[in-house]
Design a binder for this molecule. Structure first.
Ligand code: CA
Length: 375
């Protein structure tokens, strides 16, 4: 394990540099209700009467700049990791070593005349990627004028090529979405933000403010509910996607004023934005299954066993929610945080193991990838 063993300062409120210290914190979190633990947010009031949570937390790799996406290779022992602001892509191995495999070109971080950032966002390997017959890897990023999904080749050593798969996503000063993931059906699902133009979320002629379902060539996937790219709509800025063990699709998104959401995504549904934030009674709107106070900012989701895990940017926490409870509407009562102390974004399950890789986000002294072993 590539772990330095020394204390490292981070910009967030806690310092969790070592396996020992992290495990101690974790034990503290598990030993008492979250509200009595080191919770940096008032939203961490949930309790878990019977925690079955993580059994180990350790630093896997340090020296990162805002990692955004973690996409595992089929070997399950290494992953491609994107850096948001540098547009670099690394291969990170489970011994903690990493290799730069290239940069995604044409990425423009700042929109002209605006200070907000876009950057290199999601990454996903073709489900049949083998580095030889199938070298396709997909990324999502901003240019000066749009947000787009692109395809490159990765042969196991370096990135090459560049093809725009789906362009024309409106780029605003913020709300870029950016998560891409292949579903169990082999199609690519894409979260898109409304680019700070809220009305686009309800416009079924716009691909902004949506979850899209597309082919590897960027065409609408067969069977989409409206016959176009759109799978679900009424989204503000979704940045997480994951399927649970029963095949249900989950997404998280960040609200504007009051409420962040975990949504159970079904085709053709309207998730409410901008007329609804969190729960509402408006006709035709689908309410979230779990909510947080807006200070939480959920980023990404991963599934291990029967649990959903959610990283949060402003809550500084990794949450665990039993999937069946969430689906049944009782997830708010049993959600609990299991690890905290950093702004957390990039999150992925390690194939074949009950382990998560988790990236910190914009820590002042550099980011790290953490490994979290769960039950
Ligand atoms: Ca909603």
């Amino acid at each position: 394990m590539a772990y330095s063993g020394s204390w490292v300062r981070y910009s967030s409120r806690f310092r969790i540099p070592s396996l020992t210290a992290a495990a101690a914190l974790l034990a503290a979190c598990l030993a008492q209700p979250a509200s009595a633990g080191a919770a940096p947010s008032a939203t961490a009031a949930a309790t878990d009467p019977a925690p079955r949570a993580a059994v180990g937390v350790a630093t896997l790799s340090t020296g990162w700049s805002n990692p955004w996406a973690i996409a595992f290779l089929p070997d399950g022992r290494s992953a491609l990791v994107t850096e948001n602001e540098t547009s670099r892509v690394f291969r990170l191995r489970d011994d903690g070593s990493r290799t730069l495999v290239g940069k995604v070109p044409h990425m423009v971080l700042f929109q002209p005349g605006d200070s907000a950032k876009g950057g290199l966002l999601g990454a996903a390997l073709s489900p049949t990627w083998d580095g030889a017959k199938d070298k396709r890897v997909f990324f999502m990023h901003t240019t000066a004028t749009e947000t787009r999904v692109v395809r490159m080749h990765y042969d196991g050593k370096a990135l090459s090529g560049y093809t725009v798969v789906l362009g024309g996503l409106r780029r605003g000063s913020n709300h870029h979405g950016g998560k891409i993931a292949f579903g169990p059906d082999g199609y690519l699902y894409v979260t898109t933000g409304e680019a700070t133009q809220a009305q686009l979320a309800q416009d079924k002629n716009s691909i902004n403010g949506k979850i899209l379902r597309i082919t590897k060539s960027g065409a609408p996937a067969p069977g989409n509910p409206f016959g176009n790219h759109i799978y679900s709509y009424g989204h503000r800025n979704p940045q997480g996607l994951a399927w649970d063990s029963k095949g249900r699709l989950w997404s998280v998104e960040i609200g504007q004023e009051t409420t962040d959401e975990l949504n159970l995504i079904e085709p053709g549904r309207n998730y409410g934005w901008p007329s609804c934030e969190g729960h509402c009674t408006d006709k035709g709107m689908t309410n979230p299954k779990v909510t947080w106070d807006h200070t939480t900012a959920p980023a990404q989701i991963a599934v291990v066993g029967d649990n959903l895990y959610v990283s949060t940017l402003r809550g500084y926490q990794l949450w665990r929610i039993p999937a069946d409870a969430a689906a049944g509407g009782t997830g708010d009562a049993v959600k609990t945080f299991i690890f905290g102390g950093h702004a957390l974004r990039a999150l992925a399950k390690v194939p074949g193991r009950n382990e998560l890789w988790l990236g910190t986000s914009r820590s002042a002294d550099g980011d790290m990838i953490i490994r979290v072993s769960v039950e």
